[in-house]
Design a protein around this ligand. Structure first.
Ligand code: SF4
Length: 172
């Protein structure tokens, strides 16, 4: 089963440290020491704030990804239980943005310039920090431990807990 990152809105304070760490991890640059125009600030998780809570939204790395099924260019694929975008194949058609039930995909500008002079745009989503050391970076940096990587074992344990509770409740 694919792992995914889950946010706890009770713990999140909306500081956006997770978004910054995502950009640092994927840009591979010390972004606080360089010109803001020298890199793309394209976090792969998306902050949602309401009057009462805040929490970032991540890709759920669905087992049957609607984004992958909708992709017209075969740019979305699954490797090592992670749903990924092949940025070379992506044509920015936005089907994946429409298909994702969580709003976890967006189209972003890249540093590449197209033949008409405009920036090339591609799909951007959580890749669970594939290839990044000490990851997922957002989970590692969150100061309130509001983010957690949920694995198949974690999910099985949580389900088993709930079943135990339900069984005990049935005795009452
Ligand atoms: S780093 Fe943690 S507390 Fe800060 S916005 Fe992200 S999830 Fe919320």
């Amino acid at each position: 089963m694919n792992s995914f990152i889950k946010a706890n809105p009770i713990r999140c304070i909306g500081c956006r440290t997770c978004l910054i760490s995502c950009v640092v991890a994927h840009e591979g640059k010390r972004i606080f020491e360089i010109d803001p125009d020298a890199y793309n600030f394209n976090p792969r998780l998306f902050m949602v704030k309401t009057a009462r809570v805040s929490a970032p939204v991540h890709c759920r790395h669905c087992e049957n990804p609607a984004c992958k099924a909708s992709c017209t260019s075969g740019a979305i694929y699954v490797r090592d239980n992670v749903v990924l975008v092949d940025t070379k194949k992506c044509i920015g058609c936005k089907n994946c943005v429409i298909a994702c039930p969580f709003g976890a995909v967006e189209i972003v500008e890249t540093a590449e310039v197209q033949h008409d002079g405009s920036p090339r745009k591609i799909a951007n989503k959580c890749d669970l920090c594939a290839g990044v050391a000490d990851s997922p970076s957002c989970v590692k940096v969150c100061p309130t431990q509001a983010l957690a990587l949920v694995t198949e074992d974690d999910l099985s344990e949580s389900v088993a807990d709930k079943r135990r509770s339900a069984a005990v409740a049935a005795l009452v």
